[in-house]
Design a protein around this ligand. Sequence first.
Ligand code: PEP
Ligand code: MG
Length: 574
Amino acid sequence: MPFVVHGLPVSQGIAIGRAHLVSHALLEVDHLLIAPRHVDAEVIRLEDAAAKVRFELRALRETSASAQSEVSAFVDLHTMLLGDPMLVETACKLIRERRCNAEWALVQQMEAIVDVFDNIDDPYLRERKADVVQVVERVLKALLGHPGHVTSKRGKDDGLDTIVVAHDLSPADTIHFKDSQVSGFVTDVGGATSHTAIVARSLGIPAVVGLRHIRHIARDDDIIIIDGARGVAIIDPDERVLEEYRLRRSAIELERTKLKRLKANRAATLDGLEISLQANIELPRDVPGVKDVYADGIGLFRTEFLFMNRDTLPNEEEQFEAYKTVAKAMGGKPVTIRTLDIGADKNLSSGGPRPETNPALGLRAIRYCLAEPQMFLTQLRALLRASLHGKIKILIPMLAHAHEIDASLIAIEQAKAQLRAEKIKFDEAIPVGGMIEIPAAALALGIFVRRLDFLSIGTNDLIQYTLAIDRTDEAVAHLYDPLHPAILRLIAQTIQVGSKAGVPVSVCGEMAGDKTFTRLLLGMGLQQFSMHPTQILEVKQEILRSDSTDLAIKVGKLLRLDEPDKIREAVEKL
Ligand code: PEP
Ligand code: MG
């Protein structure tokens, strides 16, 4: 029976494929032999985890109401399986008899139960083994307390693409999809500007997050349609709906083909103002996509993706090669490389910042780099060495304090001095800029324009920190509002102050690539945008239809408004 689930649209387009339910917890179970004196505690640990899941399921049952009877049915089934003595009780016996850790005992018992299910003739009952696995995963997650790593292996090989269905995905998981057959993904949780969503957009793969119960509703190999623009997932669609979506997918492809005609056009407004349209990238292999749309440069290279999904940090040589490859490939066009912005939702497998209560407010980005001077120096040396092979600019993330800018500049000077002493050449005049993504920075711009060569507004974090909403949390996603008057003022003010001081300002957050904001940003005086390469042509089309003088007048008036409806109406009319 077809089932439509609504969530947050995070990456446009239509994907049609077979569901691949990814499991986190099952992949990271340790096999440990425990000391006899710890056996009781291990049993209690498993019982506590099961109790926690029972509680979670009860809460889920209460929130899923009668309108979602499919969800309630799953929850009831899972509660029943969890309560079956065959599962947790028998696993507790295994802990005592074999002295294995709780996770291992649970997985052994799950495998025994799944074997029984596999031999059942009734197809309906046989399918219930997936429910057993899901229940075990929930308990394992409660035991482990954190998500693991995702693979994108395929189920049925019938030529259909794979749609990854997960409770949650980290940006590190998502970046793997670059090398795989995954044509879209859907998750229970997540926010529209989470890094996971950003990676999806940069891959150009449709995605919907915040679907709440999709991981429970979908089954492996179900056909799923993702409508990335509407934020909808359709599970098990009938042939009529499938046909409609195939047609819509073709229409989108046709529109993209039409846009391609704009590739070689200069991005200039009707009144002749030239606008620089640059690209955001995560890895050197994104460069062909950048060149394909004739971007004017790279406005944001998020280097943290070079550091993720590995056990050790990349050394200077490896980083140098990556930066050099990008600089050379861009053939003299600017390449803005941001120093490591690790922390919050982007984590290192090799340790990194310690667990924090509020990671987005913790030792993230430049704070982490300044706390790890050797690691920072290695990156700066690699960046400086690569600067000889192209037009590299260094961008520092998450700055708020004058002393952080000063410390960063001192670190750059230190790296330069080392290279000079080693007679290694680099661009002595390499520009250094700062991200404006903390409200304090946008309100104290003097500190920035006096010390730095350029600024780049990170609207994703600027919105997160100004409105105090976690960008990864779907529960507060409805409060994530780029048109909040406070946000508009901070952006407009940054562009204005930068322009007066002769310090170029760009916007590299998600607002820059959303064509509904192009005219607004142009009217604020923005002349440099950086976005995923896949968004450049759409934004260029908007620019070609705009008159910057006219927009400046209209936006000047709009910025005096503070009623949300009036602002929205004025933006629509621009
Ligand atoms: C931003 O915060 O807007 C930004 C561009 O940086 P990131 O999304 O990588 O945090
Ligand atoms: Mg940011």
